[in-house]
Structures are given as C-alpha cells and as structure tokens.
Write a protein that binds this ligand. Structure first.
Ligand code: NAD
Length: 331
C-alpha cells in the first residue's frame, strides 16, 4: 500500500510509521516538527520505503504532497494536541485541527484517495458522560476548543464521505500511552509518572487521585489504525478505541510504582477546574467492524513503557513538575 501519515514524527504517528514499514508498505511522513521529534523517525529513515516531508498540514503545499504520493490511505494524526493551548489560542487550534483536516480532505478528494483514518478524541468528544463505558451514539459534547475542533473535523470528513464518496474512519482514542510519549507534554500522565519515578522524585497528583481514565497502549492503537486502513470502504464513521476499563490516577500511580520499583509516595495538590471525573470507552463497534480488541494489559503496557524510558530518559522531568491527571483526560 502507498500510505501517507500526518503527524508522523509524533508519539502515535511514529509508532504507526514503524508498523506500516514492518508490514512492507510505502510511507510518506508529513510533520511540521512542532511537538514531534525527527529522532522518532530514526529507524524509519533507514528504510528506502520511507520519505519524510517537513510541512504544515494547513498549507497549500500539502495538496502537492498528496497529489505526488497518490496514497491508497491517508492517516491523519497531525494536530495541535494541547488542550490548555486550545483555550488560550483557539484560532491556532482551529487552524491546525479544523482547517488542516479540511485541507487533507480536499487533497484526498483531488488525489482520488478514499480512505482517511483520522485520530479523533474519545477522551474529549463525549464531555462528562452519565453512563460508562460510553458508546459512539452518545451525542458529542465538547467542553474545550480542542474537543470542538476534533468533532468539527469528524463532521467535515463525514461531509466529504457524503459529497464525494470518501471513506473516512474516525478512531476516537482514549488515553494513549507507551514508548515515545513526551514526558514534557501536558497529557502524558504515564510518561510523566514514569520519568519522575525513575529520577527518584515524587509525582504530583492534582486532586484526590480518584479521577479515572481509560488507558490504552500505543501498540494496540496502531493496530486499530492498520485495521481501519484495510477495512472494506463500507466501513466508515466513528469508532471508540479504548479498553473500556477505568483506572484511577491513584491506581495508575500504584501500578507504575510497582513496575518501576519506587516507594516514593505521590504529592497531592489541589484539583483543577473543568476536568472530567471519569471516562471509559465502549469498544463494541470497533470489535464488530474492525475485529479490534486491545491485547496489552495495563501492567504489561507500563512495563514496556518503563523499559523504553529506562533506555532513553536522562532525568527528563524537572523537579516539582506536576503530573496532570485530567489534561490527559480531555484528549
Ligand atoms: N495521545 C493521546 O492520548 C491522544 C488521545 C486522543 C487523540 N489523540 C490524537 O492523536 C493524534 C496524535 O497525538 P500524539 O499524542 O501522538 O501527539 P504528538 O504531539 O506526539 O503528535 C502530533 C504530531 O503532529 C505534528 N503537528 C502538529 N501540528 C502540525 C501541523 N500544523 N502540520 C504538520 N504537523 C503538525 C506534531 O509535530 C507532532 O509530531 C493527534 O491528532 C491527537 O489529537 C491523541
């Protein structure tokens, strides 16, 4: 398959690139390197089936890249991913997450690419759902510009399906964790916990530690992207990608401590406003349409993440860096 991955240098995008190359596909990776790292693509760069293009998904250049590639599938993961930044600068958020997605949809229409697999946000699209795990039928209830932009992108892709016969699959991801997640980011609670513990510092939990999230391992998420790419074009729309299991921040801290071998207790600080208490996603639709199920238990996933952190981390988190419970939530 000829594939194009936007956000290729990011956490999930680079794991997807590696998986596609392992399967023998050709991959054009697109990224503006705003939060992604070129080093995430070091192993990909060794393949003669991989090409990297540094550009912005909202620029006209992108159209030429897609036209030149004529991909069978476009995986659209590039995004402004910082929920707090979306609040302070909603224009920038929409420029990347909404206009960038329209640019991709237009490019695909012109290039004749029907399948777009889009990284939607299961953690933020439903707001604070009453019943958990939440199903896709529950009306979207975005509570931040980031969440609104992600839902808007899904709606635009739906329009392009209706108008031009594109076959988008929106994967509404829960809280993804695993190797290459940035411990400096605002949402990677697993990476932040792990790197703080490995450096012998207490991790900070905002709130009482009872807030829950649905943590899904990046290898399983990448598997969902791969399955969506090859599903029949009759399969379109939005599919939750999560485990359905709620893990509290306190439990995550305990599990991570066991994996790292840390005895340092967490430091509890006041909770933050506007953050949801609980989320978990019902994955029945993805199981039926994509034959997708997560295979990695949280303990196993944490072990794989800690192994990676041990290999790559050199005292990555400055002392006192707060662990954000809920920002992860809202992505
Ligand atoms: N990590 C999660 O838990 C999670 C949950 C739900 C949805 N998502 C979505 O998955 C996708 C990947 O997220 P991630 O966690 O890997 O984040 P990430 O920041 O590691 O990856 C995003 C990538 O997009 C690139 N990018 C940003 N703006 C761009 C632009 N204008 N043009 C080109 N490239 C641009 C960044 O440089 C980065 O490499 C995003 O769309 C995100 O919204 C992530």
């Amino acid at each position: 398959m000829r594939t194009l991955v936007t956000g290729a240098a990011g956490f999930i995008g680079s794991n997807l690139v590696d998986r596609l190359l392992t399967e023998g596909h050709h991959v054009v990776g697109v990224d503006n390197l705003s939060t992604g790292r070129a080093s995430n693509l070091d192993s990909a760069a060794e393949s003669n089936r991989f090409t990297f293009v540094e550009t912005d998904v909202s620029l006209p250049d992108l159209q030429a890249v897609v036209a030149g590639t004529r991909p069978d599938v476009v995986f659209h993961l590039a995004a402004q991913v910082d929920v707090r930044r979306s609040v302070t600068d909603p224009y920038h958020d929409a420029a990347t997450n909404v206009l960038g997605t329209i640019n991709i949809a237009e490019a695909c229409r012109k290039a004749g690419t029907r399948r777009i697999v889009f990284a939607a946000s299961g953690g933020s699209r439903y707001g604070e759902p009453i019943t958990l795990p939440v199903r896709e039928e529950v009306p979207a209830c975005p509570l931040s510009p980031y969440a609104a932009g992600k839902v808007a992108a899904e709606l635009y892709l739906g329009c392009y399906a209706g108008m031009y016969g594109l076959a988008p699959v929106n994967l509404a991801l829960s809280n993804v964790y695993g190797p290459r997640q940035d411990p400096h980011g605002e949402a990677g609670v697993v990476a932040i916990f792990g790197s703080a513990m490995l450096a012998g510092r207490p991790a900070v939990i905002y709130g009482d530690g009872c807030a829950t999230r649905d943590y899904v391992y990046v290898g399983d998420v990448v598997d969902a992207f791969a399955r969506a790419a090859t599903a029949p074009t009759s399969v379109t729309g939005t599919f939750n990608i999560g485990t359905g299991i709620q893990t509290s921040t306190a439990d995550l801290h305990r599990l991570m401590s066991e994996v790292v071998g840390s005895t340092e207790p967490p430091r509890l600080e006041g909770g933050r406003t506007g953050e949801i208490r609980a989320i978990a996603l019902d994955r029945s639709a993805a199981r039926a349409a994509l034959q997708w199920d997560p295979r990695t238990s949280i303990r196993e996933g944490l072990q794989l993440t800690v192994e990676w952190l041990r290999r790559t981390t050199d005292d990555v988190v400055p002392a006192g860096t707060a662990v954000t419970v809920s920002e992860g939530s809202s992505r």
